[in-house]
Design a protein around this ligand. Structure first.
Ligand SMILES: C[S@@+](CC[C@H](N)C(=O)[O-])C[C@H]1O[C@@H](n2cnc3c(N)ncnc32)[C@H](O)[C@@H]1O
Ligand code: SF4
Length: 461
């Protein structure tokens, strides 16, 4: 379908009005409560460790481990992740040593040998690290645990810096998933974000990953980047479809200028598409992905029908955590490394954000956790509702009879046809999907009890 035809079909006055009404700062709900609303004063390490012990005992699925590897060789100026830019690879070994020691701290909390259902290497750029160092890290974990036969082991790789040797080493250690940051193939956008990578580079690393039998390959692409136009999205999605990754995360660019470290930005706010243009970029990309046979999963993910993310979505097993959407439902996720967040279902805990502080804490035999939140019964109830909305686009009404404020806040989205009432369910309509974060905000009791005075979150559109 022509870009212009799609544009005319989608850009209605009604939609523009909806955008101006609902485009507000809002959380992405990778947790509830969201990080700025954690009750830090009510948190302590003993309570956190107890919640880990409790969750470990109740666990019947196996635990998940997220490992944050913060280094990158060069700075992409759009990036909102916690990263450290360096070309000095001598930083690798001490960081891996610290991760192994932190894992040992957690091992001391477990009453039996842990069974691992998932390991995810995130960053930063995990493929900054040599094969030997990655191997040392994973071996230290697997030697002290049981990796379940159906475990999902994945890594985030930068297409420009991932090597055959790294992929082979990790494959031998049981890794079966890889995610590549693509962002956008338009050369003008790539220049603006300081991230030049060619389609050929991406194709080459994808072919290598497939030849090694990585069973699920994901691409991250972003809409709303500086200088991005409908043509940029058309080109990017067209090329992505040709390479046919199993999954695609189609992220909204989160403009978070208050995140430090992106000072060398080569673009200004005037170079960013406005909210209405941004929604058009999304609509075009989404339509092309659907036409190519991808299935829309949750808020910003797409997967081929054969991928396990699609099957778990259809079977109602989808889950959302700090890593985004996942089909694994383990209730205990241990986060290792600088800035990593752990989730015991009953609590959250985040590690210190600077590499130096992290290394110092671990070196001194202390926990690297610097803040967290222990969930109340009410938090747990709201968490379930928000997870249901984010993962299944619906949630139960009956429990909400005790929450008149939430029902009041849903009246306007109901009038605007963003949600519908089916028996005892609230369902997000197709018109409402771009505003999913806004619907979740209606449930966010902590946000309403203490409205932010400064901007804490990126815009919802
Ligand atoms: C850790 S990076 C991926 C691995 C590797 N460092 C790379 O860049 O290829 C995680 C992903 O977060 C997404 N991301 C980072 N900053 C973002 C932002 N400000 N808005 C939306 N997505 C962002 C990008 O799509 C990126 O691929
Ligand atoms: S997008 Fe990836 S490579 Fe670029 S700075 Fe962020 S984490 Fe590093």
């Amino acid at each position: 379908m022509e870009i212009r035809t799609i544009l005319l079909q989608t850009r209605t006055t009604v939609e523009r009005n909806l955008i101006s009404k609902y485009n507000t700062p809002g959380p992405r709900y990778t947790s509830y409560p969201t990080v700025p609303y954690w009750d830090i004063k009510g948190f302590n390490i003993e309570g956190w460790n107890d919640s880990v012990r409790q969750s470990f005992k109740q666990d019947d699925q196996g635990i998940s481990i997220y490992i944050h590897l913060p280094y990158c060789e060069s700075l992409c100026t759009f990036c909102g992740c916690n990263k450290r830019i360096t070309k000095n690879h001598s930083v690798e070994a001490p960081y891996i040593d610290a991760l192994i020691r932190e894992w040992q701290q957690y091992l001391s909390l477990f009453s039996t040998v842990p069974r691992i259902q998932e390991i995810h290497l995130g960053g930063g750029t995990p493929t900054f690290f040599s094969s030997d160092n990655l191997s040392r890290l994973i071996s230290a974990i697997s030697d002290s645990a049981e990796i379940l036969p159906n475990a999902t082991l994945g890594l985030e790789g930068h297409p420009n810096s991932t090597t055959l040797e790294q992929l082979k080493t990790l494959r031998t250690l049981g890794f079966n998933r890889v995610s590549y940051g693509i962002q956008c193939f338009d050369p003008k956008v790539q220049l603006a974000i300081n991230r030049v990578q060619t389609i050929d580079q991406v194709k080459a690393i994808t072919d290598i990953s497939r030849s090694l039998n990585y069973s699920s390959i994901n691409y991250d692409i972003i809409y709303g980047l500086p200088h991005q136009t409908l043509q940029s999205i058309d080109l990017t999605v067209h090329e992505v479809i040709k390479l046919r990754p199993d999954r695609i995360a189609f992220y909204s660019y989160a403009h978070v200028p208050w995140i430090k470290g992106n000072g060398q930005r080569k673009f200004t706010e005037a170079d960013l598409p406005n909210a209405s243009d941004k929604l058009e970029l999304y609509t075009l990309g989404k339509q092309k992905l659907l036409d190519a046979g991808y299935i829309e999963i949750g808020m910003d993910h797409f997967a081929l029908p054969s991928d396990t993310l699609s099957t778990s979505y259809h079977e109602g097993r989808l889950h959302r955590n700090f890593m985004g959407y996942t089909e694994d439902h383990s209730r205990l996720m241990i986060g290792l490394g600088v800035s990593a967040i752990s989730d015991s279902w009953f609590g959250f805990a985040q590690n210190v954000k600077s590499v130096e502080d992290y290394l110092a804490h671990i070196h001194n035999g202390e926990s690297a956790v610097f803040r967290g939140h222990l969930l109340t019964e009410e938090d747990l109830m709201i968490r379930e509702h928000i997870l249901d909305l984010m993962c299944h686009f619906q949630t139960n009404i009956p429990e909400l009879s005790q929450q008149p404020d939430i029902l009041d806040r849903l009246a306007e989205p109901l009038r605007d046809n963003l949600i519908a009432l089916d028996d005892d369910q609230i369902r997000i309509t197709s018109e409402g999907r771009p505003f999913l974060r806004n619907i979740c905000m209606a449930f966010d009791l902590r946000l309403w009890a203490d409205q932010p005075q400064t901007q804490l979150f990126s815009m919802t559109v």
